[in-house]
Design a binder for this molecule. Structure first.
Ligand code: HAM
Length: 439
């Protein structure tokens, strides 16, 4: 038996309904916020990730799925969505059409990580990227979108952490200070961080292993290295958020794992008991130099991405049932060969008219067909036997109200649709349903 690859998942029918419900809602929210969908390839030139996410990042050094294709090209399965969106933004000259471009994407990403709860090798992101504004209003708007998403799904146990990496000058000064500090505490650092000290000193602050060391605790803080402009920028973002009532905490140790960020960065963390170590649901920030560094025009941008597996885990941990599998409106029971021929046509017409319709495919006995109808959650059962065929009728039963009527076959669909509509309008006191029709 061939089994799935380590760190990948099958999303089976009972689960996929949750995914499509989440995705539908995310698409609707994006529409309201003016974001348009972009779909980029699942693999790109490896160089794209080396030049954007960064040679010094753990992601590029250890986690990408790289391969050489049959034409000898170096390609990489996308580990995240920003680089591809930026590549496409430049290649398609989107900047020439609109001053502001707001994009979103939903899709699989691939990282060769050690699988654990909430960490997969193939996972899914929902992300947004907003191009064109170098104004704190855009940072705040993007963060507020992330918070709206959380609220729209009813998630309560979350924390928004926010920090500023400042502009290039501030960041360079800070990096220098970190190198100086950690060089004099080199013995306290883990092997990974010794390496990071040379390649990417900011990432030491993200290290879970060194967190308890004296070196970590006494490290200089970025806020002390932000120049005036960067400080003002960050304060403006916070002012917008405060005014809109967005709750957040400033976390000086937040650095993010990808190299392209400047100024505002943020993460949304799940704070739900038993959730596990991989509790960052969403991460993002501003990346003003990335478009230019990939040979595009000078173009500020800001965005974020949610990990959808973790998002779904959080919803389930808080008991937010995402969706029930579809229940049938109608179950059609043909009794005999001639009835089957008529009923399949009828089922198809009912479906064409929007009724979720099931029919017996297995020549089951009537008793077993009733059981099957119950399993499908059908509200209506329509039975056709020889007597009904003779009179061009079908026997329709409303399972909830127990009302049963023979109707002309040609009128069945209209009959059921009218019945559904009349029940929807019912105030709960009508005589036909006995007050049990608030669906
Ligand atoms: P990221 O923090 O690398 O950022 O990933 C975003 C989210 O993807 C994480 O917060 C997490 O929920 C999820 N995630 C990452 N790796 C895994 C994994 N191995 N298994 C399951 N979920 C995972 C980015 O990717 C940036 N491109 C976000 C961004 C967009 N910044 C600006 N624009």
């Amino acid at each position: 038996m061939i089994t799935k690859q380590k760190g990948t998942q099958d999303i089976l029918p009972g689960e996929s309904i949750k995914w499509s419900t989440i995705e539908d809602k995310l698409r609707l929210i994006c529409k309201i916020y003016g974001y348009n969908e972009i779909r980029t390839p699942i693999f790109e030139a490896s160089e794209l990730y080396h030049r954007s996410v960064g040679e010094g990042s753990d992601l590029v050094r250890k986690e990408t799925y790289d391969f050489i294709d049959r034409g000898g090209r170096n390609v990489t399965l996308r580990p995240e969505g920003t680089a591809g969106a930026v590549r496409s933004f430049i290649e398609n000259k989107m900047y020439a059409e609109n001053q502001i471009n707001k994009l979103f994407y939903i899709g699989s990403m691939f990282r060769y990580e050690r699988p654990q709860k909430g960490r997969l090798r193939e996972f899914h992101q929902f992300g947004v990227e907003a191009f064109g504004s170098k104004d704190p209003i855009m940072d705040a708007d993007v963060i507020m979108l992330a918070v709206t998403i959380i609220k729209a799904f009813g998630l309560k146990g979350i924390k928004v952490r926010i920090n500023s990496l400042g502009d290039e000058e501030s960041r360079n000064n800070y990096k220098e200070a970190l190198i100086k500090h950690f060089s004099s505490h080199i013995d306290e650092l883990c092997n990974d961080c010794k390496d990071r000290l040379v390649k990417n000193p900011l990432r030491i602050l993200d290290c879970k292993v060194d967190r308890e060391t004296n070196a970590y605790k006494t490290a200089p803080k970025i806020e002390e290295y932000l120049n005036e402009e960067s400080k003002n920028y960050f304060n403006s973002v916070l002012k917008y958020l405060d005014n809109a009532g967005v709750e957040y905490v400033i976390d000086n140790n937040l650095v993010r794992g990808l190299d392209y960020y400047s100024h505002t960065i943020f993460e949304v963390e799940a704070q739900i008991e038993g959730f596990g170590a991989q509790n960052v649901l969403c991460g993002g920030g501003r990346y003003d130099k990335l478009v230019e560094s990939l040979d595009g025009p000078s173009m500020p941008a800001v965005g974020f991405a949610f990990g959808l597996e973790r998002f779904l885990m959080a919803l389930e941990a808080e008991g937010k049932v995402v969706d029930q599998p579809n229940k049938a409106h109608l179950y059609i029971m043909p009794l005999g060969e001639e009835a089957k021929i008529k009923c399949l046509k009828l089922a198809n017409e009912a479906r064409f008219n929007g009724l979720i319709t099931e029919i017996d495919y297995l020549n089951k006995s009537m008793k077993n067909q009733f059981k099957q109808a119950e399993r499908c959650g059908a509200t209506y059962i329509a039975i056709m036997g020889s007597e009904e065929i003779e009179n061009n009728e079908i026997n329709v039963k409303n399972v909830k109200t127990q009302k049963q009527e023979k109707v002309n076959v040609d009128d069945m669909i209209e009959y059921i649709i009218n019945d559904i509509n009349s029940q929807r309008r019912c105030s709960g006191h009508c005589s036909s349903c006995g007050g049990d029709c608030e669906e």
